[in-house]
Each structure stands twice: as structure tokens, then as C-alpha cells.
Design a protein around this ligand. Structure first.
Ligand code: DX5
Ligand code: ZN
Length: 221
């Protein structure tokens, strides 16, 4: 397992002052910026695109940007995100007609690549691509909105994926996204996750450092 990473989802940030808010959460000790891209087609919500990623880079954000694509189709937006400064690009396999090709496209663009599984998406999509994955992202809510409750059956799915990663011998991060809070992060880590997306749990609190510190304390238990 790799060291734990905390990745605040900027879906819950203040978009009127996004650069400052992202700086603040990184200054508070967060590791990675989780960047949720929604198209009002694959998911019933509309958010941000490559322009905003470029703007964050131009504003001086140097942390890794973890672009979670909730869009269909996926391929044509990938080079734009790579140019915009994305570090990691993940997508939902059912949103791509050619999963292997999409993974290759991400890698050829110079980014790390990952697959995202909704709570009810079967894991068989992993069968032939483990060697091409840097990240596996398990959704613990249905994608589209921040502030939803963690779906408990995700814990069992996390354990299954952790076993598959360990058996594969590949160095693949296991990221979890949705409803992650101070009071459940330890249980999620025990199930095998090593990267934690948290939106509302961090941005809805006045003091980001307190939440990030509390999460790290839970992870150290
Ligand atoms: C949901 C997004 C998540 C979301 C997490 O579709 O992918 O990243 O913002 O928000 P919280 O932590 O509030 O559940
Ligand atoms: Zn996300």
C-alpha cells in the first residue's frame, strides 16, 4: 500500500473564489485536488471543464489535480485536460466504447489513468486492464452530487478490489469517493482504500486544517 492521500473534492468549494479556496485547502495539509467534471448527460449535473483546470495552474496550484470525468463520451476531452495540467484522469468504463483505448489515450497524454466504478458497476471491467491502471476509484455514492451519504456495501467492494490489487502485484492506488467523513475514514482505510476524496466534509467546515488533521489522526489509528 502507498501512503494515504487526502483529496478534497472542489465540487463543494466556493467557485466565486476557487483559486483561494483550493490554496487554502492545500495549505491546510490536503495532498491532491479532486476535480469533478459533470456533463448533464452521463450524470444529472453540470460542472467545470479544462478551462478551470488551466486557471488553477495559472493561479499557481502545483499539487496533483485528479480529474474525475463523469462525461460521455470521454475520449475527446482527454487531450484538453492533459494540456490543462491534469495529473490523473479517471473515467467510468460504461461511458467509454473502448476502455483499453481510452486508458492508452490518457497515458499517451502524459497523465496517470484510472477506472471509476459506481456502487452497482461490476468489477469485471478490471479483468483485462490491471496492467494499465494507476488508480481504481470506487464510488461510495451515485455520481452527480456532493453531500450524499456513504453507501455501506462499498466497504465489501473495497475489500474485493484491495485483494485484486495485491494479487496483481501492480502499484495501483485505491481511491474512494462519496460520503467520506472524519467518522468513517478509518473504516474505509481498513477496507483497503489509500486515497480519500472528501468534498462537503472539508469545504463545509470553516477550518479546513482541523478536518484534515482529524482525518489524518483517524488514519493513524
Ligand atoms: C460525486 C463526486 C464526488 C463528490 C464528493 O459525483 O464525484 O467527488 O463531490 O462529495 P462528498 O464528499 O460531499 O460526498
Ligand atoms: Zn469525484
Amino acid at each position: 500500500m502507498q501512503p494515504y492521500l487526502i483529496a478534497p473534492s472542489i465540487l463543494s468549494a466556493d467557485f466565486a473564489r476557487l483559486g483561494d479556496d483550493v490554496k487554502a485547502v492545500l495549505d491546510a495539509g490536503a495532498d491532491v485536488v479532486h476535480f469533478d467534471v459533470m456533463d448533464n448527460h452521463y450524470v444529472p449535473n453540470l460542472t467545470i471543464g479544462p478551462m478551470v483546470c488551466t486557471a488553477l495552474r495559472n493561479y499557481g496550484i502545483t499539487a496533483d489535480i485528479d480529474v474525475h470525468l463523469m462525461v460521455k463520451p470521454v475520449d475527446r476531452i482527454i487531450p484538453d485536460f492533459a494540456k490543462a495540467g491534469a495529473s490523473i484522469i479517471t473515467f467510468h468504463p460504461e461511458a467509454s466504447d473502448h476502455i483499453d483505448r481510452t486508458l492508452q489515450l490518457i497515458k499517451e497524454s502524459g497523465c496517470k489513468a484510472g477506472l471509476v466504478f459506481n456502487p452497482a458497476t461490476p468489477l469485471h471491467y478490471l479483468d483485462h486492464v490491471m496492467d494499465k491502471l494507476d488508480v481504481i476509484l470506487l464510488m461510495s455514492v451515485n455520481p452527480g452530487f456532493g453531500g450524499q451519504s456513504f453507501i455501506p456495501s462499498t466497504l465489501d467492494k473495497l475489500r474485493q478490489v484491495r485483494e485484486r490489487i495485491d494479487a496483481s502485484g501492480f502499484d495501483i492506488r485505491l481511491e474512494v469517493d462519496g460520503g467520506v467523513k472524519v467518522d468513517n475514514i478509518a473504516e474505509i482505510a481498513a477496507a483497503g482504500a489509500d486515497m480519500f476524496v472528501a468534498g462537503s466534509a472539508i469545504f463545509n467546515q470553516p477550518d479546513y486544517k482541523t478536518v484534515v488533521d482529524e482525518m489524518r489522526a483517524e488514519l493513524a489509528k
